[in-house]
Ligand binder design. Sequence first.
Ligand code: HEM
Length: 328
Amino acid sequence: MGMAAKHFGRSLASVLALVVSAPVVAADTPVTTQIVDALNKLYGTHPGFRANHAKGVVVEGHFKASPGAAQLSRASLFDGRAIAVTVRFSDSGGLPDVADGSAGANPHGMSIKFHLPGGTDTDMVINSLKFFPVATGEDFRDLLLAISESPPNAPKPTKVDQFMASHPSAPKAFATVSTPGSFADEEYYGIDAFVFVSKDGRKQAVRYIMAPEKVVHLTPPEAGKKAPDFLVDELPKRIAQKPVVFHLKAQLAAAGDQTKDPSEPWPDTRKVVELGVLTLDKPVADSLAVQKKLLFMPTQLTDGIELSDDPLPIVRAGAYTVSFARRQ
Ligand code: HEM
């Protein structure tokens, strides 16, 4: 202490000024990096694994569009040909060994890479929340920080209690998820709005729904009794016996529906149209190695599918890039 004081000759006031100015320095860090830092703080760092959705399983199959899809979007994805897909199902959170049935593994994720004719890909990165807890990257960062500052022994109201009280969509969004009986028996939502462009230039805002043949949800006690890897182990086995089928659908915005806030769902009465059938029929033997090389990006679009004014996909893409760089 004496040494340091002599060396730098700083008064207490100047040290305090430094401490107070520190957040300004932190604010220069892009929010995308701040989010991945917050995820790493919350879950610890696990070399080679994703900062979020660290645990997952990869399978393969194909997508075939329904005739109605091409009327909404000119994307080659919807031209009716069979399109090969690589799909990764995942548990939430940055723990590579999270129990599939734990509350922390909700919402479960589904990422689809469509291998388009001509050699490019387009991605969908969707999950089982019906809408997002927050509307911006800053709020997502603050939610993660509030969770890490609310250990079980934290005084009430905890930071996370306070966050939930000041962001009413957050508790509402979390109430929409539960543990599925299988990755195949869950419905997944695109949450963010994208814009379809038709052959004649007509634009239609949409939100994706990936509907299974049936939804099976477990109660928390049922989920708690399941083996830690029950979801990740079951899917490849199921696929080896019988293909798993999903119906990709689009919920269509009506005139005047907002597209910029992913925490605000559109009314359930909005028209939903079928876009096509996704068939998963190939387990991937070396799934653990394969998933390390994969990067799914909500902004990896194709002609005929565009971003809306929803800011989240761009923030997400930034954070996914930071996470990918760290896990390489
Ligand atoms: C501000 C909002 C969000 C942030 C900052 C965020 C952050 C992240 C990060 C850092 C990863 C790891 C990426 C990687 O290493 O490849 C990830 C993965 C994932 N996220 Fe998000 N996320 C956000 C919102 C969402 C939303 C709205 C959805 C669903 C609609 C979603 C679904 C997923 C899924 C499914 C994965 C796993 C991707 C894979 O299988 O490789 N996330 N997220």
